[in-house]
Write a protein that binds this ligand. Sequence first.
Ligand code: BJ8
Length: 373
Amino acid sequence: MVELKAIEKLMQKFANRKEQLQKLKEEGRKVFGLFCAYVPIELILAANATPVGLCGGKNDTIPVAEEDLPRNLCPLIKSSYGFKKAKTCPYFEASDIVIGETTCEGKKKMFELMERMVPMHIMHLPHMKDEDSLKIWIKEVEKLKELVEKETGNKITEEKLKEAVDKVNKLRELFYKLYELRKNKPVPIKGLDVLKIFQFTYLLEIDDTIKILEELVKELEERVKKGEGYEGKRILITGCPMVAGNNKIVELIEEVRGVVVGEESCTGTRYFENFVEGYSIEDIAKRYFKIPCACRFKNDDRIENIKRLAKELDVDGVVYYTLQYCHTFNIEGAKVEEVLKEEGIPVIRIETDYSESDKEQLKTRLEAFIEMI
Ligand code: BJ8
């Protein structure tokens, strides 16, 4: 099947991004480096600044990170830290300030070492989901607003905030459309292409991403009209994010005749689900507070989402993906597996890192799973 033009444009934008960022900085634009889907990008955009994701997905920077960090730590944390230490990530180097958050233990403690290398601001994300915790979170979002105004020297006016909220909601709407289109059989887009879209959404200018997604939706609607697309066992992935550089599992699934039709992940639905329903700081905080990350206590809404997505996307099976030493997602996997089994939805649990050493073994397991379902 011919390459999607929108994906080609996405790759081009990504290839030129380093220069684009450099130019924006020369013009005085501030860059905020982010580690997590919980950081409300609306505030950064409303101050005419640029948010970029900093989570590392490559193995290369892990050895340098292990000079300071323990080996038995999540590869995403080590890879990110290594990028900063080795100064090899253009997004890190462009960041004027890095926003971290109190999600998992590993990230939180790594930030204590990282703040010796770069200015940081840490948001306190409460792990409970009750009303008192929401109040703390609203305060944290207010504090972020003040920090962004101070860093940029730009006031976040009501008008600017409204513009930013509408823009990010527009992006979310396009992702919802993409997911609607993926319900079709054959599915009009490969999982690997969708993964790249999510990965690069964290890195590109939002206006560029919106344009590319608009074109993509049109192209996919055409494919659906013509009945074009990809056949294979329909797979939902759920678990840890797969940030830029980490495509291993999706590539393997699609090599062994599976096709990824959905991702319950921060490179997936956790990034875009739920709109900001109003223009106040509280409205913004409420939307982000709902993100069902395994770092939260009693995260049952995530399990409900997985069940719902499996049905809506009519999947043949679920791949539960955990990065090594990610205890939160790993432990929550037991509950997810139980519920999926009750529902009669086949599930396989995969735990891996960023190395290539387990590729053949994983391929054999995934092949057997896909043949069985
Ligand atoms: S909202 S998923 S982006 S924390 S994989 S570093 S949890 S040990 S990345 Fe995440 Fe925000 Fe949650 Fe999303 Fe820790 Fe697990 Fe590593 Fe993780």
